[in-house]
Structure formats: C-alpha cells, structure tokens
Design a protein around this ligand. Structure first.
Ligand code: ZN
Length: 458
C-alpha cells in the first residue's frame, strides 16, 4: 500500500518541520488549515490545532497525552500527511461531510523531554541502526518484566515456606523499595532484608540457595533495570535553550530531578508534564483513588518495571494533581482539551485518543447505551486484523476493550460525556517509548493499518 511512512523521532524542531511540510505541501489534495492553538502549557508551549475537511461531522484525533508514548504523535502527523495528499483510500475522503481535527501533541513538555533525550543518542543513526537500537530496548524491556516477575515469585515462595504468605504483598512492595538502588544482590542481602521481619537466618539458610537457583539459574540476582540503564548517561543538557519556553522547561525539570529521587534515564521516558502531573491520571476519579492510597501509604512507588520510581511526589511518571494536599485541579493541557471538545457541541461525531502500546481500542465504560460505541469499534479493529493477516499472514488480534473495573483515566472521563470517544493503543509491540520502532515491518503496518481503518468507518 502506497502510504508515506516516516521513521524518525520527532523532537521540537523535527515536529515543527513535519507540520510545516504538511501545511505547505503543494501536492495536497485536501486543504490543511492551521488554527489558533487550543491552549498553552505552563511553560507556554502551544497546543497546536489543525483540520482537514469542512463537513458537519467532526472527528478529533489527539495524541501525546503521555509524553513518552511517542508513536501516537508520529501516527497523527503521518495520518495528516497522507490524508492531505489523498493517498490510497484517502482518495475517497468526503471533505464536505467530515471535518477532521488534529491535535497532534497534547503534552508538549513531556514529549519534548522524551524526544530530546532520545534524539541526543539516535540522531546519527541510519534506519538499520535505529531499528537495532529500538529492538535492543524492546528486549530489555521484556527481560525487565521477567526479572521482576521471577523476583516476586521467589519472594512469595519464601513467604510460603515460612508461613507468612498473608504478608507477601507488603513484603514485595518493601523489597523493591529497600533495594531500589542496588544493581545486584545475593543470598545474604535477602537474609538481611528478612531480618526486618524477624526471620532467622538459619531458617532461610535451609532453602534459599536452592530457591535462588530455581528462579535465576545463578546465585546472583541482577536487580538493575536494563531498559533504564540504556539511557543512564543522559543529562539535562539534552534540552536546548532555543527560547524562553525551553528555558522554563529546563528549570522545571531541574527542580523535579534536584534531589536525585529519580534515575536520570527517565528523561527518555517522561510521561508527565513539567508540573510532574500525569495528564491521563489528572481527573477527579483517579485523584480520589490516589488520595485514599496516600492516607494509608506514606510513599508510593510505581508498580512493575518502573517500581524504583516514586510517584507520590511530582515525578517523571506523574501524579494525578500538581499537589496532592490541594484540591483537584485540571492541568492547563486537559482544560484546553475539554474546552475544545465542548466547543464542537452537536457537531461532535467521534474521537481517537492515541496512546502508545497494546494494540487495542478502549470502548468502556459505556455509560449510555445510545452512545453505540461497539459497532464502529469492531469495524475498526476487524479492518486492522484483516490488513495484518493479508500482509504478514499473522493473526494479531487487535481487540476492543469493552469492560473494565475502574474508571481511572482522562479517556474514561471523555467517554462519560461523548459517544465513540475511543482510546487507541497503537502498537502491538510493547515498550514505550521506542519498542514500537524495533521492527520496521511492524511499525509500518501499525501506521498503515490504522490509517486504512479510519476510512473503513467513515
Ligand atoms: Zn498512555
């Protein structure tokens, strides 16, 4: 299929360049309009707004809510480029029926932080080197997940043998906190840790060697996170001082990192905005959940592969509010987004909130049966699966997610009010920010399948 697909990380300059090229492309079949920004961030970066078409059915594509999910911004701009040119299926786009709005970057601060860090390393790479680098990251990301699972299983096994299985969850949390700055540990470290629970050395000596070997095939356990270590030599110097916005961004980042609470490598995987707020978590539902947790636990660390990163203070992963002791407030980025949705009134038709990895479309919770979220969602993912099957002869099962337990994200907040407010997890490959770039074939298919599927539902 003859779509244009780029293969690069978009830092500030590169994104500006890509957007200007799209806007001024003499070959465009459909006119691209640049509007006033829908708002500005706390560092005064504009949240840009473009549109194609002039019909009464309004569709919104937005991306980059999580600064580290770089493939979303890449996809929305690639879609803009190909739609404007009327490539392939876009030839039959009905510009008098639809208006498609593009908000390619909701969280400029998190995205520029991540992409400046990334491009400081990858700028000299050719495509093959870039693919290898990203694939290496993709694998280390997977390995880190396995390591954590094995360690947790080992701890549970220990708890079972000494009859304190009821406390295993607490013990696991404390373990990762206790050892967060350790690269490698051995049996003696574990024995010392269990002294905190008044467990005798002699009891553990009976079986610990054997257990460690069982889970790690070695007497040493490597705890450091490979997917973070890849970026351990990055510094805040990667943020160039282009203008006042950049200066402000750098100052605010310096403030977040000043006490060495976080590995500096997180600059390359920066979810939050410069206030240290996670824009997806920045909603009243999650604020309440998090506040309840904070009354029980003094410090909260992220789970899983980022379990060495504190999230109860402003952090690269981000909190639900700029200050958890203060009442809930939307960040400027979210206010701008909510106001923009409101401004469309009855002309709103559907929206895609483009995130990074998972390969699925969130349609839950369905508050209102009349919203009719499912049929279009099914049509969308079925087309994606058909394309993957045709090209790769692989069943990738891009799914819809109709059910969930908790309402926790900004995507859910939008879905409460608007029909067909889909959250699209783009890549089937894991590993934000750069895992999805670790296989060029898969990357291209992600782009092409999602572009084609749009035309399948219009
Ligand atoms: Zn996300």
């Amino acid at each position: 299929m003859n779509y244009d697909v780029f293969y690069e990380f978009l830092n500030y300059q590169k994104l500006e360049k890509r957007l200007n090229n799209i806007l001024n492309n003499k070959q465009n079949k459909f006119k691209v309009i640049k509007h006033d920004p829908i708002g500005y961030t706390s560092c005064n970066f504009p949240i840009e707004h473009f549109s194609i078409g002039h019909g009464s059915k309004h569709i919104i594509y937005f991306a980059g809510v999580h600064g580290n999910e770089i493939i979303g911004v890449d996809f929305v701009t690639t879609l803009m480029h190909n739609l404007a040119l009327g490539k392939e299926d876009f030839k039959s786009f009905k510009e008098s029926v639809y208006t498609i709005h593009f908000l390619p970057l909701i969280n400029p601060e998190g995205f520029y932080t991540t992409t400046y860090a990334l491009t400081s390393i990858t700028d000299s790479f050719n495509n093959e080197e870039l693919e290898n680098f990203c694939y290496k990251y993709f694998l280390s990301y997977k390995n880190d997940d396995i390591l954590i699972k094995n360690m947790n299983d080992l701890l549970k096994d220990i708890c079972k043998r000494i009859n304190i299985l009821d406390h295993s969850e607490d013990i696991i949390n404390n373990f990762w906190h206790y050892f967060r700055n350790y690269e490698i540990i051995n049996k003696n470290n574990i024995i010392n840790f269990f002294k905190l629970y008044e467990i005798d050395k002699e009891i553990l000596e009976n079986f610990l060697d054997e257990l460690i070997l069982k889970y790690f095939k070695s007497s040493l356990i490597k705890l450091s996170k490979e997917h973070q270590n890849i970026f351990k030599n990055i510094t805040l110097d990667v943020i160039p001082q282009i203008n006042e916005n950049h200066q402000l961004l750098k100052e605010k980042l310096l403030d977040i990192y000043k006490n060495n609470d976080f590995p500096i490598s997180t600059l390359a995987n920066f979810y939050a905005n410069s206030n240290g707020v996670n824009l997806n978590d920045n909603n009243l539902y999650y604020y309440e959940i998090f506040k309840n947790r904070l009354t029980k636990e003094k410090e909260i660390y992220a789970k899983g592969r980022e379990n060495n990163i504190l999230i109860s203070i402003k952090s690269p992963l981000g909190m639900p509010n700029y200050d958890m002791h203060e009442p809930f407030t939307y960040e400027k980025e979210n206010l701008a987004l909510l106001n923009f949705f409101d401004s469309l009134k009855n002309n709103y038709y559907l929206s895609f909130n483009c995130h990074g990895t998972g390969g699925l479309l969130y349609t839950y919770p369905i508050y209102n049966k009349e919203f009719d979220n499912e049929p279009i969602a099914l049509k969308y993912v079925n087309k994606i699966n058909e394309i993957y099957k045709n090209i790769l002869n692989e069943d990738i099962t891009y799914n819809i997610m109709p059910k969930g337990k908790l309402i926790t994200g900004m995507g859910d907040v939008l879905r409460e009010k608007y029909p067909r407010a889909y959250l699209l997890e783009l890549s089937k490959m894991g590993g934000n920010p750069i895992g999805p770039y670790g296989d060029l074939t898969n990357y291209k298919l992600t782009m092409i399948a999602n572009m084609t599927s749009l035309m399948n539902i219009l």
